[in-house]
Design a protein around this ligand. Structure first.
Ligand code: HEM
Ligand SMILES: *[C@@H]1O[C@H](CO)[C@@H](O)[C@H](O)[C@H]1NC(C)=O
Ligand SMILES: *[C@@H]1O[C@H](CO)[C@@H](O)[C@H](O)[C@H]1NC(C)=O
Ligand SMILES: *[C@@H]1O[C@H](CO)[C@@H](O)[C@H](O)[C@H]1NC(C)=O
Ligand SMILES: *[C@@H]1O[C@H](CO)[C@@H](O)[C@H](O)[C@H]1NC(C)=O
Length: 489
């Protein structure tokens, strides 16, 4: 008992210093992310939070000034803050948090699971991404910054907007205000949870003996795993759909709740292995993992899957513009993979680069940010809705490349192409290396209106389904506070 107690006491001290410093950096940081010591207190029942008053919230919502909320978010979206500069300038575009807010909403909602067509779990309602364990998943790196930025809007609207409505609405506003599909629509009424308990079945175990336990690792591998027949045996194993205790994680690991972006690595004896390439990732095998996660775990059709990935990766970019070789982070994992605050190494007060790349205020921020370790935008205008994603994927030949961080990704073979500054993940290219997906990609590349309409429908479903409201029209029927953005000129 005693050593455990000392260890957790020391951790508490470090954490409260961390939280304090972060709050200095970000005026409203602490609104967006609950410190782990508090969360674990709730989960163990030693601390109590006021439960969310759903009836009062639903009745107040009838007076919500939706145009004012829209305006607050759109203003914030294009006002770059020194404490977390907006992307854009590094890609020759205007500064915008549209991509960041879009990813925030997707990662909050994308936890939705539909098992055996009947059993729903996850989803953004509850806003458990603010809580342990979701706030330390590797996939959620730097989304604490997105929630910290939105803290400004939360401060302005207080109890008049729940966190889960704010996160999903901000993602939808980001699309709308960036010129996204005309048919976007949104309904309010989501309640917030006081802790992350409902996220535990999605893959994290060992709450009571968390610290020091291997089960608390954010990148905990799955108990039942396999390799594809053509996959390099040294490459990471993949997770079977069925896991002990009905765990509902995705195809790679607990911390990566969606799809492993680099894709499986081919074995030297596999067809398509090319020793001269800088990596051997297989978009064809990656397609199997995309379908396994999106269809079998999340309940999406192939058409919805293609629309969602293509639309999601139209705005924003990936972040990995930092080479850690030879730095203090270059030796092992630059991340603190035992949480809490997955992205920060203990005592550094900031993200994994912690000033390693860039200088002064730009250190580890803006163009020097590392989130996933991939680097670059998918399109030529990451702040503006456009149709580059599918078009470039079909028009160009893509060759293996490395990000500065060292991740395996793809670039245009034609280095003079108008798309030469864009990138693709193996999991993006999966959509043109699978016959069924590729037919849909071709349709969308030639029919923008169809793509817009399908994306808007799938996005609506993504934002509205959750454990508490498993059918996409449930919130509209129960609360009825919706908008088609008719007030936007
Ligand atoms: C196969 C599925 C997917 C994979 C493997 C994937 C992977 C990634 C990765 C690695 C990043 C870069 C994160 C960073 O470094 O900042 C990213 C960013 C992003 N993703 Fe996805 N993603 C997938 C599906 C989706 C979907 C379905 C959506 C939305 C509907 C989406 C929306 C976004 C957005 C908006 C960003 C930009 C974030 C920013 O600008 O900061 N993604 N994704
Ligand atoms: C889904 O169905 C399988 C097979 O009938 C069963 O073993 C499993 O417990 C079910 N899962 C859930 C979450 O209901
Ligand atoms: C919340 O809405 C009520 C009206 O329903 C209003 O009186 C109150 O000022 C609002 N609070 C904030 C923080 O905007
Ligand atoms: C896991 O999945 C692989 C590939 O589909 C399969 O060959 C293997 O039998 C599965 N293992 C278990 C225990 O279900
Ligand atoms: C990172 O820097 C090292 C040392 O300068 C270099 O050898 C390596 O190729 C670089 N990695 C990438 C991915 O640029």
């Amino acid at each position: 008992m005693a050593p455990m107690f000392l260890a957790s006491l020391a951790a508490t001290v470090v954490l409260s210093v961390t939280a304090q410093m972060r709050n200095d950096d970000f005026p409203f940081y602490d609104l967006g992310t609950i410190p782990a010591w508090k969360d674990l207190g709730y989960l163990r029942g030693t601390k109590h939070a006021k439960p969310f008053d759903k009836e009062a919230y639903h009745s107040d919502l009838k007076h919500l000034d939706i145009p004012r909320l829209y305006e607050s978010i759109t203003k914030l979206m294009v006002s770059s803050k020194a404490f977390w500069p907006a992307d854009g300038p590094q890609d020759g575009d205007i500064p915008s948090y549209a991509g960041l807010f879009g990813r925030l909403a997707w990662h909050c909602s994308g936890t939705f699971r539909l098992v055996n067509d009947t059993h729903a779990a996850g989803g953004c309602e509850g806003a458990r991404q603010r809580h342990w364990p979701e706030n330390e998943w590797r996939d959620n790196t730097n989304l604490d910054k997105a929630r910290g930025l939105l803290g400004q809007v939360k401060q302005e609207f207080g109890a008049n907007i729940s966190w889960s409505d704010l996160i999903t609405f901000a993602g939808t506003v980001a699309l709308k205000a960036s010129g996204g599909p005309k048919t976007l629509r949104f309904c309010f009424g989501r309640s917030d949870d006081v802790d992350g308990a409902k996220s535990i079945p999605l893959g994290v175990e060992g709450v009571h003996q968390c610290r020091g336990s291997r089960f608390c690792k954010s990148n905990f591998e799955c108990p039942t795993a396999f390799h594809w027949p053509e996959q390099n045996e040294k490459d990471h194993a993949r997770c079977n759909l069925t896991q002990p205790d009905n765990r509902l994680q995705a195809s790679h690991s607990v911390g990566l709740i969606y799809v492993y972006p680099e894709g499986p690595e081919l074995s030297p004896t596999a067809k398509g292995y090319k020793p001269e390439q800088v990596h051997q990732r297989s978009p064809r095998l990656s397609a199997l993992e995309v379908r396994d996660t999106f269809h079998r775990r999340m309940g999406w059709t192939d058409r919805e899957t293609v629309a969602l990935i293509g639309g999601g990766h139209t705005l924003g970019r990936t972040h990995g513009n930092c080479n850690l070789t030879g730095t203090q982070w270059g030796k092992g994992t630059p991340y603190n993979d035992v949480g809490p605050y997955f992205e920060a190494s203990p005592g550094t007060l900031r993200g994994p680069t912690d000033g390693t790349c860039g200088h002064g205020a730009a250190a580890g921020r803006g163009a020097n940010t590392v989130s996933s370790g991939f680097e670059g935008p998918w399109t030529r205008t990451p702040s503006r809705w456009n149709y580059d994603f599918f078009h470039a994927m079909l028009a160009e030949e893509w060759e293996p490349a490395k990000s500065p961080f060292g991740n395996d990704q793809w670039r245009t073979k034609d280095r003079k192409s108008k798309y030469a500054k864009t990138m693709r993940l193996t999991a993006d290219l999966a959509l043109v290396h699978d016959e069924t997906y590729a037919a849909i990609v071709k349709e969308y590349a030639s029919d923008y209106a169809k793509f817009d309409a399908d994306f808007a429908d799938a996005w609506y479903k993504l934002m509205h389904r959750s454990q508490a409201h498993p059918k996409e029209e449930d919130l509209r029927k129960e609360v009825g506070v919706c908008t088609n953005f008719e007030f936007v000129k």
